[in-house]
Ligand binder design. Structure first.
Ligand SMILES: [Zn+2]
Ligand SMILES: [Zn+2]
Length: 277
């Protein structure tokens, strides 16, 4: 399975020279296995995914963890949606009161967008998902609701005997005094346990998190502890705060490394990097 990180910034894209090493595009990850291609989230990073104009017989699947703006902002600029030959499947959550179609339709309409959802000319198929497993080509995906404001999924992506867990927005410590140590009661544990690689929310430092509980995000320290409790083999810290410069991320990484109590390998996610699992 080949994993390409096209966007690892959180909340709002950045384009300053001070953030260009780790990258400024918001959440988007491409997964390839055999002939199957998945895109996880449609943040601004999706603009880097290019296809030939000839998209006949080409199926593209976009899995949305949730509909916060930083995870769908790139969708209206994704060219295959305007290609009559393309078949695009969008998977994501409905809400208690609205279908996935209605929820996306609010965004793709004035005053938020000059184009309407109905103007996508590809063959478009929407899939409302819940806590479930499904196959897309040669890839198996497990979706589970996790702790974040509004209906939000984590995804466990399995192919070629390997497991990639993706939870870019997550507040696993919400509602308790720190993380629960028992994996059975941890949000997202079914998605994450024993994963070969986990990409996880690490927007805040522990100090920042103390003032931002309930905002839906995780501290770097909690992300490390969370991955360690769930026996993750390798962790990528992501959803970098938009105010965080490259040098600050480097400094925080070395600080985390010095104080780490487990030997689990981890790194700060870098836009544009490719990982073969
Ligand atoms: Zn986000
Ligand atoms: Zn979010």
């Amino acid at each position: 399975m080949k994993i390409t990180l096209w966007g690892v910034r959180g909340s709002i894209p950045t384009s300053t020279p001070e953030t260009k090493m780790y990258g400024g595009n918001t959440s988007c990850v491409q997964i390839e296995s055999d002939d199957t291609l998945l895109i996880l989230d449609a943040g601004t990073g999706i603009q880097h995914i290019h296809f030939n104009d000839n998209l006949s017989h080409r199926r593209i699947d976009i899995l949305l963890t949730h509909l916060h703006n930083d995870h769908i902002q790139g969708l209206g600029f994704f060219k295959p949606l305007f290609n009559q030959d393309a078949e695009v499947h969008i998977w994501g959550p409905a809400s208690q009161t609205q279908t996935l179609r209605a929820r996306l339709g609010r965004y793709f309409a004035p005053p938020f967008s000059p184009i309407y959802f109905r103007e996508f000319s590809c063959k478009l198929i929407l899939h409302e998902i819940s806590n479930e497993s499904f196959d897309i080509g040669s890839i198996n995906v497990m979706a589970n609701f996790i702790l974040h404001p509004g209906p939000t999924f984590g995804f466990r992506v399995m192919a070629e005997g390997k497991v990639f867990a993706y939870i870019p927005d997550h507040e696993p410590a919400l509602g308790s005094k720190g993380l629960i140590e028992n994996p059975d009661w941890l949000s997202g544990s079914q998605i994450v346990k024993n994963a070969d690689l986990l990409l996880h929310d690490a927007q805040f430092t522990a100090e920042e998190y103390a003032a931002k509980q309930g905002w839906g995000h995780c501290s770097m320290e909690d992300a490390l502890k969370y991955a360690s409790i769930l026996n993750v083999q390798h962790l990528l810290l992501a959803h970098h705060d938009p105010d965080r410069t490259d040098s600050e991320l480097d400094r925080l990484y070395h600080h985390l490394k010095e104080s780490q109590t487990s030997d689990m390998p981890f790194a700060m996610a870098v836009e544009g990097s490719e990982i073969i699992l």
